[in-house]
Design a protein around this ligand. Structure first.
Ligand code: ADP
Length: 553
């Protein structure tokens, strides 16, 4: 917080909500430009759909979804078709307003005709999604998992996952959805913000009982029942990497627009909250990604009617303090310097108390402004946890042995800290997943032809230049046809009303046009091979154009 303006540049800027700040030219910001927009329900669904079209098996961890109102006819038709081909299929669907959070406006339906069209669907678009009817239950209750993921860098891609997370429980025993119980939110929705209002909500100081527990306590229970916890972790890692791969193309477009290459600007990192539901067969399913996961480590308790007090929540504390502590350790700009000068991390925090306080004020303001005054308390806790915290679950689950202790003489100040609770998963597993990054390469072509710095949409001239430089037009596909393709797709995407600030072709529209061109050119191949072939062709032709330019000076 800088009430009198900021004079000196900072190493780390901790923003409460989003990236925006025009005066940052160096250092690191804890938010990526465009992240909020990219993880909104509709945008996420679109990105996942694109990946599902390319790689249906790899992306089957995201429930089948339709975007309302534009895909209402498609939703009705597809459900009718599936019901006709399988009369025993008795689906339930969940309708979620775009931009909503904490369960706000969510409801369940059994049939597309039950969608509440009372004007609101036009003004408030939504996602309708297949409802997962058979979740894994614990103590007869449905629960979901909140996992913290650090996107440390976009280019090159660097992803870390926290070894422990939270499990948030419903407060009424689960029953598969029927017309009678569809409206029972305490049975079907796991949101903490809803269930806290149920008389059955249990606050517990223990991490393995109550309505909010650590994920590691769930893993322990599952492991004692003989479940393959190692496979579960590996499925979760794969889900997280694949989801981020689906988000990166859009993020890169925003990034180049806010922080143009070659100009001074900060780098970015961000802690994301992944909401995951486990199915009965232990398959993890992605529900949503939160750009601003709550970092509160307290909860409200009603002492007497109408009198509330904030009390510490040990479960939140155990998980969240470690996530923030280790994010700071990973992005710590002084790390190298300190290694050279033997300055301890603890000392570093002490010499920048103002910065740490502003950081915590940011954290507190994320969800609830009135808790700002608790920031100093968290600051003290962080210092304490920097020395003491530990996250044993990952190693236990993955069966990895702890690293051997270094001899005392060789020990760095970092050795006094607990082992990192954030585990790198990318580029560690890059080899396994890189083939999925096709849309990233399409986005690179898009960005190359955007031309004007600071824009996120491609004009007609940029699109024509792309076609020309990649030599994609011929006697069967004239430049007039190119213009028609541009106008058709751009108009349709712009009529969906996502972003009216700029005119032109957005990334998703370009991706659709690109898929269309790929299908035309490589008719008999599966879609991902058609797209991969066209990308290679374009990259090759652009490299040749670039080569020629170099030769001719
Ligand atoms: P919000 O951002 O409002 O919390 P979510 O997408 O997280 O929206 O959904 C709220 C809750 O609804 C989830 O925590 C979960 O309990 C339940 N839920 C969401 N989608 C599904 C689904 N496809 N199947 C089963 N339950 C779901």
């Amino acid at each position: 917080q800088f009430p009198f303006g900021r004079r000196l540049p900072c190493d780390i800027y901790w923003h409460g909500v989003s990236f925006h700040d025009n005066n940052i030219f160096s250092g690191q910001v804890n938010k990526f430009p465009g992240m909020m927009e990219t993880v909104r329900k509709i945008t996420l669904s679109r990105a996942m759909r694109t990946m599902q079209d390319l790689f249906p098996l790899e992306y089957n961890f995201y429930p089948r979804s339709w975007i309302l109102p534009e895909e209402l006819p498609l939703f009705v038709a597809e459900v009718r078709m599936m019901k006709d081909s399988n009369p025993s299929w008795k689906p339930t669907f969940i309708v979620k307003p775009d931009g909503g959070c904490q369960g706000d406006g969510i409801y369940l339906i059994k049939d597309p005709s039950d969608i509440r069209l009372t004007g609101s669907i036009q003004s408030r678009p939504a996602v309708v999604q297949e409802y997962i009817c058979k979740p894994l239950l614990m103590d007869k209750l449905k629960f979901d998992i909140r996992l913290y993921v650090l996107l440390k860098s976009l280019e090159p891609l660097e992803i870390y996952i926290a070894k422990d997370g939270l499990s948030r429980f419903c407060t009424e025993p689960y029953q598969e959805p029927t017309l009678k119980n569809l409206h029972q939110v305490f049975m079907h929705l796991t949101n903490y913000s809803l269930n806290i209002h149920s008389g059955n909500f249990i606050h517990s100081d223990s991490v393995n009982t109550g309505s909010k527990r650590t994920f590691s306590s769930i893993l322990c229970r599952l492991s004692s029942r003989g479940a393959d916890v190692k496979k579960l972790w590996s499925d979760i890692i794969s889900l997280v990497i694949k989801t981020i791969i689906a988000l990166t193309p859009e993020l890169k477009v925003y990034y180049q627009s806010d922080i143009p290459a070659g100009k001074p600007g900060p780098t970015c990192f961000q802690i994301l909250g992944f909401d995951i539901l486990l199915m009965k067969n232990l398959k993890p399913m992605l529900l949503e990604v939160n750009a601003n996961p709550s970092m509160r480590i307290e909860h409200e308790q009603e002492l007497s009617p109408g009198v509330f007090e904030n009390v510490p929540s040990p479960v939140d504390e155990e998980v969240k303090v470690a996530v923030i502590r280790d994010t700071l350790r990973l992005v710590d700009p002084q790390k190298k310097k300190r290694r050279d000068t033997h300055l301890s991390f603890h000392t570093y925090l002490l010499i920048f108390p103002a910065r740490l306080q502003s950081l915590h004020a940011g954290i507190a303001s994320m969800k609830d402004k009135q808790h700002k005054h608790h920031s100093l308390k968290l600051s003290l806790k962080l210092k304490f946890y920097l020395k003491l915290g530990s996250c044993p679950s990952w190693e236990q689950a993955a069966g990895a042995s702890a690293e051997p202790p270094e001899p005392a003489a060789a020990r760095s100040p970092e050795a006094a800290l607990p082992s990192l609770c954030l585990k790198q998963v990318f580029p560690k597993y890059a080899k396994q997943f890189s083939y999925l990054r096709l849309v990233d390469r399409v986005a690179a072509l898009f960005i190359r032809f955007l031309g004007v710095k600071g824009t996120t949409k491609l004009g007609p001239t940029g699109f024509r230049t792309f076609i020309r430089n990649c030599k994609l037009s011929n006697s069967n596909f004239s430049m007039a046809a190119v213009d028609i393709l541009y106008i058709d797709i751009t108009r349709r995407w712009n009529s969906m009303g996502i972003d009216h600030k700029e005119s032109g072709m957005c990334l998703q529209a370009f991706v659709e046009a690109f898929f269309c061109l790929a299908q035309k050119k490589y008719k008999s191949l599966p879609l991902h091979e058609q797209v991969a072939s066209l990308i290679e062709l374009c990259e090759c032709r652009l490299a040749a154009v670039h080569g020629k330019r170099l030769v001719w000076g």
